[in-house]
Ligand binder design. Structure first.
Ligand code: GLU
Length: 430
């Protein structure tokens, strides 16, 4: 007689009292399960990562002492293709966070219909406290440690918070040296001279802009003159702010780790970018007044772009928010409780797995170009990126209208269905 063995336990390596960002992701999967039809049979697959690797990263510092860092690489799901996702250097990185980020990569890749699974990596380190030479040694040792599970056909890292093209060059070189090859396709977001793609640096911010414009148009909002507030002014927030500014929007407030600045008539974003390049942050920018950090969330605005870290929009500030459209440039910036509060107020949220998918989309182009050793022009990249983002937005908006659900639930329905279809048709081994 057959017996039902359904397991709903958390993986034992997570602390049940502090599930962290993984708990947010699990809640999102719960919400989408009723819409998965017969594929719900496989949903447990999404609730546990396929592979979790925790590594010790020992390194000799410039002063001769030895330091140890904790590093991670998580492959959440590889049903539709090799793992894909960035590597983050941050003092608050935890296993739970890397697991959630890996899972969001699975959903993101499937939402845009890229032939990738989801993965993510990180090192628990504040990179501001280390020299370039130390960061190079840390990156190389970390790459060697995770070298047993990454590879151009297995799992392809990319930049994320506090990592960049130089980090990817070190990773590519280390992997290549260890394997006696020149494996340009092992990472994306590389320097152009190493097989990087034109347009990759801007891609995430450009995707935020493209999808944001589509959502604005669908909701009768003209970008010309629209007020925009941006949290995080790095690669994603800075680029998105510039593109909205160039399209005639008024960027009225920006917040980063150095402070919050405001100008009701609109900031000069090009000058602001220069100021940030020179001083390292937005604080003290010309023609702006400083605001207290929590005043940022209460500003009346048409578009709000959280482009920093997870959990920034939560029960503490969701009530205050007076934005018509939120475009999630960061991964996981809105907690499920805040999501409910905002949705019931009528705020439209364009979810991370769609809004910030421009980065991994151009990573996909980079990976394809590396394999064919044939490189496209920047115009070709941007045009293909726009086409893919528009298509993904239209299909998610279609699912949202069909089931009368939020764009986030719709993106999860489309993505989880694709992942679980692949899971089902591949079948269980053995
Ligand atoms: N780190 C980026 C993200 O969160 C890009 C990942 C990639 O290109 O693989 O989407």
């Amino acid at each position: 007689m057959s017996q039902q063995h359904t397991t709903h336990a958390l993986p034992s390596y997570l602390n049940p009292d502090d599930v962290g960002p993984w708990g947010i992701y699990l809640e999102q999967v719960e919400r989408v399960t009723p819409y998965l039809g017969h594929l719900a049979k496989w949903v447990e697959t999404l609730k546990r990562p396929k592979r979790v690797l925790v590594v010790d990263v020992p390194v000799e510092l410039d002063d001769g002492t030895i330091a140890h860092f904790e590093g991670y690489r998580v492959q959440h799901n590889v049903s539709r293709g090799p793992g894909k996702g960035g590597v983050r250097y941050h003092q608050d990185v935890t296993l739970s966070e890397v697991m959630a980020l890996a899972a969001w990569m699975s959903v993101k890749a499937a939402a845009v219909d890229l032939p990738f699974g989801g993965a993510k990596g990180g090192i628990r380190i504040d990179p501001r406290n280390y020299s370039t030479a130390e960061l190079e040694r840390i990156t190389r040792r970390y790459t060697s440690e995770i070298g047993i599970i990454i590879g151009p056909h297995k799992d392809i890292p990319a930049p994320d918070v506090n990592t960049n093209a130089q980090t990817m060059a070190w990773m590519m070189d280390t992997y290549s040296m260890n394997n006696g090859t020149t494996a340009t396709g092992v990472v994306t977001g590389k320097p152009i001279s190493l097989g990087g793609s034109l347009g990759r640096v801007e891609a995430t911010g450009r995707g935020v802009y493209v999808v944001g414009c589509a959502a604005a148009r669908d909701n009768g909002l003209d970008i010309e003159g629209a007020r925009v507030c941006v949290q995080g002014f790095g690669n994603v927030g800075g680029t998105a702010a510039r593109l909205f500014y160039e399209a005639g929007a008024k960027v009225i407030a920006v917040q980063d780790h150095t402070g919050t600045i405001h100008n009701a008539n609109g900031l000069d974003v090009l000058r602001l970018l220069k100021h940030v390049e020179e001083t390292g942050g937005v604080a003290g920018a010309p023609e702006s007044e400083p605001l207290k950090a929590d005043e940022f969330w209460g500003l009346e605005t048409d578009i709000l772009i959280p482009a920093a870290l997870e959990g920034q929009i939560n029960v503490k500030n969701a009530d205050q928010i007076r934005a018509r459209i939120i475009i999630e440039g960061a991964n996981g910036p809105t907690t499920p409780e805040a999501d409910d509060i905002l949705t019931s107020k009528g705020t439209l949220i364009v979810p991370d797995v769609l809004a910030n998918a421009g980065g991994v989309t151009v990573s996909y182009f980079e990976w394809v170009q590396d394999f064919s050793s044939f490189f496209w022009t920047e115009d070709e990249i941007n045009e293909r990126l726009e086409r893919m983002m528009h298509r993904a937005y239209a299909s998610v908006a279609g699912v949202a209208a069909q089931h009368k659900v939020s764009l986030r639930t719709a993106a999860f329905i489309a993505a989880c269905s694709r992942i679980l279809q692949a899971r089902e048709v591949r079948g269980l081994y053995p």
